[in-house]
Write a protein that binds this ligand. Structure first.
Ligand SMILES: [Zn+2]
Length: 486
């Protein structure tokens, strides 16, 4: 048996000024065929799962390109077409194959392409014909389109947010692919449109219990092969924006439709009560200053590069400085120019530095301070579950009781290793200010005294009612109160 496996992924915030070109991919993660490292990345886990599961059974695993760009704005048309055609060419050369296993994200949008993944899957289907199994792993912060459901046999999304299970779901996908190729199952995709958009962390109730129920159903219902929740991605202005349930049955579409509908309406009932409370900046600092449990983790939820924004916002830092709060460690703040100046000055130098606030007028002004350059690390990395995330060259600077890690790569704050790799001990600080909506949770929760989610109001388009979608065509909650009866 022969399987072709590859990965192309990013998450497109169509409102973001950080446009995405080929360099955004090559700078973040780009492995040529056969050059994928042993460690999986978030969206390339299916390649590792194919090596792990299929190779020992004598399958020939033909690896294509694997690439990932940090979430950002719209992908340039030529960039998308180049990446797509690279994978199509590799598949053409790999044929004949019995299966295609892809690591996608599901929220890629390019100039002229609302549905990049659907475009890729459809072209691959046209190339391999109806009998080859096409399977893809998706991030739940994805869109689900009819083109994808028609072209693919298997679509499996990570169940957890934070996405701690990307490797396990990749293994599920590869096991199902093998069963389908060996004709032990006949996968059929059913889906239900929940007609809502919401932040759905699974580290807390009610989503935690809902995910437990999905695992249980997969084990006990013998018609069900896989169940996924597509959370949707509210910063991607596309016609299909929104939450959906995907049920894959062993050739039992009526059962699949009914189950997807039941689960979808149950999930719709959770709307408005899935998130932890988000506090305004002043409320959050009041609560932080009165907290007895250190360190207090302050999560800047709407300046999270994981959602495609710049990650150089300064609104909360300015508020901290205005109050004279000290013993603060902050990271990451994206500013490659400031990092370069710190490297030029060297460790131990004291320099006047302007940093942050360069990308979006809504996200705060730059900060000017006389800073100490405490440490400099080339190609620094932080941990995220089983994978390592490149932060680029980084500088740890200090001024007025505040320690800050500046990064050259735009990436969200996943894990305390972002501080320790610089030589900074986060547990010795009273306050930790990080940029992440929810992915930080598994990494920071074990060292946190308290966690406070801070809503600084910018720059992410966090309010569907006022985001001004141009392409959304259906009524969805919270824009419409009851879209199922609209
Ligand atoms: Zn995601």
């Amino acid at each position: 048996m022969r399987v072709f496996t590859a990965s192309v992924a990013t998450e497109t915030n169509t409102f973001s000024p950080i446009f995405t070109d080929l360099r955004s991919f090559t700078d973040t993660f780009y492995a040529r065929p056969g050059e994928h490292p042993d460690t999986p990345t978030l969206c390339s886990a299916p390649i590792i799962a194919c090596r792990e599961i299929l190779r020992p059974q004598g399958w020939e695993v033909i690896e294509g390109t694997a690439t990932w760009a940090e979430p950002g704005g719209l992908i340039a048309k030529a960039t998308w077409e180049t990446l797509r055609d690279t994978l199509l060419q590799e598949l053409q050369e790999a044929m004949p194959v019995q299966a295609v296993v892809l690591g996608l994200h599901g929220a890629m949008v390019a100039q002229g392409y609302h549905d990049c993944e659907g475009d890729l899957l459809r072209r691959m289907r046209d190339m391999v014909g109806p009998d080859v199994i096409i399977a893809a792993e998706l991030d739940p912060h994805s869109h689900l389109t009819p083109a994808r459901c028609e072209a693919a046999d298997l679509l499996v999304a990570f169940k957890e947010f934070p996405h701690t299970d990307f490797m396990e779901r990749a293994r599920d996908l590869v096991h199902l692919t093998q069963s389908a190729v060996e004709q032990r199952i006949k996968p059929v995709i059913s889906s239900f449109d929940c007609r809502m958009i919401e932040v759905l962390p699974t580290s807390r109730e009610p989503m935690k219990g809902f995910i437990r129920q999905l695992h249980e159903l997969e084990k006990t219902d013998d018609k069900v092969l896989s169940i996924s929740v597509i959370h949707g991605f509210m910063a991607g202005d596309v016609p299909e924006l929104g939450t959906r349930i995907v049920v894959i049955t062993d050739n039992a579409p009526e059962h699949g439709e009914a189950l997807a509908r039941r689960l979808g309406l149950e999930l719709f009932d959770f709307r408005g009560r899935t998130r932890p409370p988000f506090l305004s900046v002043q409320q959050a600092l009041d609560q932080a200053e009165s907290s007895q449990q250190a360190p207090v983790v302050l999560a800047d939820v709407w300046d999270n590069p994981g959602g495609g924004v710049a990650g150089d916002g300064t609104l909360i830092l300015h508020a901290i400085m205005a109050r004279g709060i000290e013993s603060v460690a902050c990271g990451l703040l994206w500013d490659p120019m400031a990092v370069q100046l710190c490297f030029a000055a060297g460790e131990g130098a004291q320099i006047p530095l302007r940093f942050g606030g360069k990308s979006d007028a809504k996200a705060g002004a730059p900060i000017d301070a006389m800073v100490n350059v405490k440490s400099l690390v080339r190609n620094a990395q932080q941990q995220f579950g089983e994978s390592l995330v490149p932060m680029g060259d980084c500088a740890w600077i200090h001024w007025q009781g505040i320690d800050l890690v500046l990064s050259s790569n735009r990436c969200q704050s996943f894990d305390p290793t972002l501080f320790t790799t610089m030589g900074l001990d986060p547990t010795a600080r009273q306050y930790l200010l990080i940029k992440s909506t929810n992915h930080f949770y598994d990494g920071f929760e074990p060292i946190a005294g308290t966690i406070i989610y801070v809503d600084a109001g910018a720059p992410y388009p966090s309010n569907p009612k006022s985001n001004g979608y141009q392409h959304l065509e259906r009524p969805i909650w919270p824009i419409v109160e009851n879209p199922h009866h609209a």
